[in-house]
Design a protein around this ligand. Structure first.
Ligand SMILES: [Zn+2]
Length: 240
């Protein structure tokens, strides 16, 4: 055997380290998206009369594809609580007792056992007229996780349940929904803002979500968006 056997060289190519999907991507510290299509330039601050409190399942928190965090990016009044079955967040309990707020638990009205708690969007508008701050509580997780949070949180049991009725279909393409009518968290929030009269905030969130969606999908293809999309241009315009 010689040390420079050409056949041996051909049969032993240099080993490449195994790379799990996404693990080698350099992410932006600000938006956690791959640097290639960073979201930060499009982060626009806006205001709304209604607020959001997200009750987030612990498994959902660190997923970069989570869209609940987009709400807080554009609306500073947003608060995020982590849901633990046995230990409710004290700050959330305090908020629920605060008479300044009119909290609504956003959840489908498809089960008969809480039918008497179900209200519609007019109740949100009524709360505004009474000078209270309407708050949309969104259970942020998969549908299974959200149902679990709903069932296993006694402190939510006295809240009015607000189902979101909309013809809108999801545009989210980072995770595959069970049905096109299952909106992701940011889409639900945008629709609630629109229906309750916070039109500008709804438009900003919709555009910001769309930019997130497109930027993320593009990065998965390892390419950079060549030119700003229409939603990007609208957000940049608002920053002027
Ligand atoms: Zn960024």
């Amino acid at each position: 055997m010689t040390l420079s056997d050409p056949d041996q060289c051909v049969s032993s190519p240099p080993r490449r380290p195994f790379k799990a999907r996404g693990s080698f991507v350099t992410r932006c510290e600000g938006c956690r998206l791959p640097l290639l299509n960073c979201l930060c330039p499009y982060r626009v601050k806006t205001e709304s009369k209604a607020r959001f409190w997200l009750l987030t399942h612990p498994l959902e928190h660190n997923k970069p594809t989570n869209t609940g965090r987009l709400i807080g990016d554009i609306l500073d009044t947003t608060e995020v609580f982590t849901w633990y079955r046995t230990a409710p967040d004290i700050a959330l309990l305090d908020h629920l007792d605060d008479p300044r707020f009119a909290p609504f638990l956003v959840f489908p009205d498809d089960q008969p056992d809480y039918a008497e708690r179900v209200v519609d969007i007019d109740s949100v508008k009524q709360a505004k007229r009474e000078g209270r701050i309407p708050v949309f509580i969104i259970l942020d997780g998969t549908w299974r996780q959200a149902r679990r949070i709903f069932r296993k949180s006694p402190y939510l049991a006295r809240l009015p349940v607000l189902p979101l009725h909309t013809e809108r279909l999801t545009r989210y393409h980072l995770r595959k929904p069970a049905s096109a009518s299952h909106l992701c968290t940011a889409e639900v929030a945008a629709e609630l803002l629109r229906q309750s009269g916070d039109t500008v905030a709804a438009e900003v969130l919709d555009d910001y979500f769309e930019v997130f969606n497109d930027s993320y999908a593009e990065s998965r293809r390892h390419s950079k968006l060549e030119r700003p999309t229409a939603a990007m241009q609208r957000l940049l315009e608002r920053q002027r």
